[in-house]
Ligand binder design. Sequence first.
Ligand code: AMP
Length: 605
Amino acid sequence: MKFSDLVLAYDRIETATRRLEMRGLLVDLLRAAEPVELPELLYLSQGLLRPEYESVELGIAGSLVQRAIVEATGTPTEAVRASVRETGDLGLTAQRLLLGPPARSSAGRSVRDVYEGFAAIARAAGPGSQEAKVAGLVDLLRGAGPVEAKYLVRFAVGQLRLGVRETTLLDALATAFGEGAADARGAIEASFNASSDLGLVAGVLARHGVAGLAEIRVTVGRPVRAMLAERATDLTELLDRMGGRTALEYKYDGLRIQAHLPRDGPARLFSRRLEDLSAQFPELVGELPKAIGRRPAIVEGECVAVDPGTGELEPFQEISRRRGRKYDLDRMQSEVPVRLFLFDLLLEGDERTLELDFDERRRRLEKLVTETDRVALATQEVVADLPAATAFFDRAILDGCEGVMAKSLAPGSRYRAGARGFWWIKYKREYTHTIGDSIDGVVVGAFFGRGRRAGTYGALLAAVYNPKEDRFESFCKVGSGFDDAMLKELPGRLAPYRTDTAPAGVATGLVPDVWMRPGLVLEIRGAELSLSPNHRAGFGRIRPGAGFALRFPRFTGRFRDDKSASEATTAEELLALYNSQVRRATPTDGERAGAEPPEPLHPKA
Ligand code: AMP
C-alpha cells in the first residue's frame, strides 16, 4: 500500500464523527492492505512501531522535529515557530509549509518504506544519534506531500490524533477478516488479550483467518493483559455475588507485576499497563528463578514496599518511589525493600494454566513457589460466611492492606485476560469514614512539576506544628486537588517563603527541590494516617523511626490565609486522629455503618 493512500484514509478517519463510520473506513483500509504489511499498518495506526510492551520509542524531541521541518521545507526557524504558535500542532505546520510541490515525488513510497524509515530513527542510538534522527525525519519529509507530512510529523511527536481506540480496531478486524467464523470478535479479542500484540493478531488473521489464531500462544516475554476486578459495597454483597463461598485474599497496596520466567536466565517484569519494570526491580529479577521451581512460567502478584526493620507492609507511596527510577537503583533497593505477593499462575512449563479454574491455579502456584524474603504467596483463606469474611478483612487492614480481593471458586473461573468481571471482586476499606475532618498543613517545601506541570510546582511538602518543640514536622507531599489556575499562581504565592537552605525548625526526612519558610497554610484532606520513615510528625510516638503520613492527600482548594503557621493542625491532633482510626478499623462491617462520626479536629464555629 502506498503511504499516500494510508494518509488519505487517516484524514477521513480523523474527521469521522460516528464510530460506525470510523469502523467502516478502517475495514476498507484493512482489506486494501497486503497481509504482510498489516502488522506495520496496525502499529503505525496506533502511533506505535512495535507492540506497546516492547516500549520502542523514536526518541526524537519536539524541538528536533521542528528542526527537521525547517531543514526539509527550507523555511526559516522563526516562521516555523510562528506557524506552530498559530496552529498549536507541528503536524499542521508541516502540512502548510509543504503546500508547494514536493522536492521529490513521493508517489512510490510505500507504508513499509515509511515504517522502515521510522524504525531506523528509533534504532539510532549513542553519540551523534540526535543528528541521525533529524536526518532520518528530514529524509521522510523531503519525499512527502502535505498530508503525508502532517501525519509523519504527528507520528514523530507521538500525537497521531486519529482517535481510533483498541475496541474499534478489534471490531474492524472482525468485520474485515472474520466473515463466516462463529464469534470472530471474541476469538480476535482473546488472542489480543493473550498476546498484547494487535499487529501480530492482524497478520495471522489476514493470512490464516480466525482459525489460525489458535497458533498465538501465551509466551514468555509477551505480557498477558491483566484480569480486572469488579467492586462490592460491603462484604455481604461480596459473598452473595460469590454464591456464599469464595477465596478471600489480602488486597495489597502496591504495583501489580506479571513476571515472565524463561527456562533459564533472569525474569522479566511487566506492569499492569504492560511497561517493562525489570530494570527497576533487579532484586526480583534475580530472586524469582530461585523461588519458582518449574520454568518457563508466568506468575502474577502485587509488589509492596516493606519496612526494612520490621518487614511490615508500607503504603503505596513508598513503592511509588521506585517506579520509573533510572538512577540510584542500588540505594533504593536497600532504602525501599520490596516483597512480591504472588496470586496467580498463567503458564507453567509449557502448559497454559490460565484456562484452569482458580482453585487449581492456586493449588499449582502453592506447589510451584518456595517462599523467600522477597517472593511470597498472597495471604488467602476460603470463607463461607460473614463472620469469617469480616475477620479476614479486619486482619488484612491491620496488616497494612487496603482491603480484600475475592476470587470466585465456581466452575469456569479461568483467568479472563483483559476483562473486568465479578469473577474477582475487590472490597476496600471505606476511607472516607476514617478521616472526618481536614488538616491544616504548613508548606515547608515544594517539588518541581513535570509534564503538564512543568514550570510550576508538582507537589508541596506539608507539615503540622509541634508547639512543645516549636517545630514544623512533615506529614505528607500533596500534589492533587490543585486546578490549573491554582497551579499557575503557586510559584508567585510561594515566592515570599522561598529560601535556599532548609529552614530552622523544619523536620522532615524528605528533601524538596525548594525549601519554604513555614508561613502558608493549606487545608488538606486525606484517606487515613499511616506510618512512614519519611515524615516527622509524631515521630517515634507509635513506632520507632516512623512518623505519621497522610495517605491520598488532597488540597481542598482553601488557602488558610486566615491562619498563621503556628495555628496549623498540631502533631498532637494527628496522634489523636491516628488513635481514633485504629480503634475504628476493627469493628465489623455492620458496626461500622452505625458508628459515630469521628471527632472533628477543628470544631466548626
Ligand atoms: P484496583 O486497582 O483498585 O482496581 O484493584 C485491582 C488491583 O489490586 C489489581 O490490579 C492488583 O494490582 C491489586 N491487587 C492487590 N492484591 C491483589 C490480589 N490478592 N489479587 C489480585 N489483585 C490484587
